[in-house]
Ligand binder design. Sequence first.
Ligand SMILES: [Zn+2]
Ligand SMILES: [Zn+2]
Ligand SMILES: [Zn+2]
Length: 496
Amino acid sequence: MKATSEKKKQKKVIFRELECDFYIDTNNLVPPDIIKFILGKLETTTIQELNKILKGIKIYIGGNHWHYNEKGYIKYQTYEFNFNNMTLLIFLNKIFELGYERWRNSLYGALRRYVWESFFHELIMSVVQILRIDLTMVDLVKNKNLNTPDDRTTNLVNKLFNYDNEAYRTIDFFTINSVLWKETLPEDLGFLYTLYSRRINLLKKKSSKSYLSQFEKIKLYNELRKIKMGYKYEYNLSELVNYCIHSEHFEPFFRYNTENYSKMHREFYYKAKRQILKFFKKYDITNELNEYRDKANRIHYFLTHTTFERVKSACLQVCLANINNKYLKEYDSFKSFYDTCPICGKKDINQINCEKFYFSSRYSYFKELLITNMKNTETLEDLNTNEFYFGIPCEDCFKVIRNIQGKYDDLDEVQNFVRRYSVCPICGSKNHLEYLLDFYYDDNRDELKGFLLKNMGNKNHLKNFNINLGIPCCNCFSKIFERDPDDLRLVFNIYE
Ligand SMILES: [Zn+2]
Ligand SMILES: [Zn+2]
Ligand SMILES: [Zn+2]
């Protein structure tokens, strides 16, 4: 009897030294230290606010501990809040999966750090959410189902969490995030470590049956090497190279160059690697590269998290300064010349279109025209008149006009067309913008388009003839004509 109560006590921890009045029931799943460590990043005033709201935090693995459709519970991806007893329930399984997914898609970094970061991040996020609770509403929501996806519930939840009030009890994310990356990885991650080991074993099994892609295999092997070296080194040198060449400065070279992807990638990779090794030599820090020989006697270099964080931006700068400088400079002047949308006049427009036009072979026609005109004029204004526009439109404008030059009148026409035919004449539902634009820009439908354009203003007139002119939505189209809406020869003249 005594033993059990002793055990219970051990499970429930209250961090008096952090001035927490709420308990933390770890279920022996995570060491209390790491929770204390995370909550320690919050300001004392935040903890005091939290004391007013929160009675306790409970840690679970997941599975059947989730509360589906139970009154007074609100459910999020990795945690729940129970308004009946004001406790926060944290689910490790979901947290692990989030960290794993991020790691799986990233080009550098060790899995354990992603898992740890995920735990840190989700715990802070849940606290932020709790801090927003309007305490006067708690009694009201106790017997309410808070996860129903209807408008009434959404409104209630919005009020409950003060979503209209931007400034409501917020915390300083920036500081917390920058602190996070400076920290060393905790030795003991509790059950998160169990989940980690299980996943590694699963990946090993998959690898032996050749179920992994080349990319996944490389990630796994690097992870296994990190384990072998006692997790002292969280990065392989190639991960540092990847960090540099997949930065926003180099990424567009590959991203929009699908045909040449592997060739360019290899070229940049080796150039960057040489630059980085030179950098390590120049600053006499090659001793921070730990040599590792694999079974085939190939050498791999590994570095610690501290080294990686210290050198990564310097290495990026070195790569930027030395790799394909000419090419990058050209692109920079292109980007700054065309930095304003000629249609809406938005400045510093999202660079996605600039990158696409410059780097993707799909737009080589546009690119040639843009570069020629750029070389022949001083400013972008010189290329635009009251009647004609020229330049790189912002993403929103390009979606509609799909061109880099034209008459402003043409633009008006598209906009009127889209407005006029925005509703399906049969069911009354809204036509997708893309669908209408595809129709508008399809050369095969010129005749029909001409007819629709001519009759844009004649809505009432045609009504007198009992004709409802319009473009049926994709659903109605396939229902009526039993064919794909791509074949749109019959779209008009829908009789009421
Ligand atoms: Zn625009
Ligand atoms: Zn319809
Ligand atoms: Zn549709």
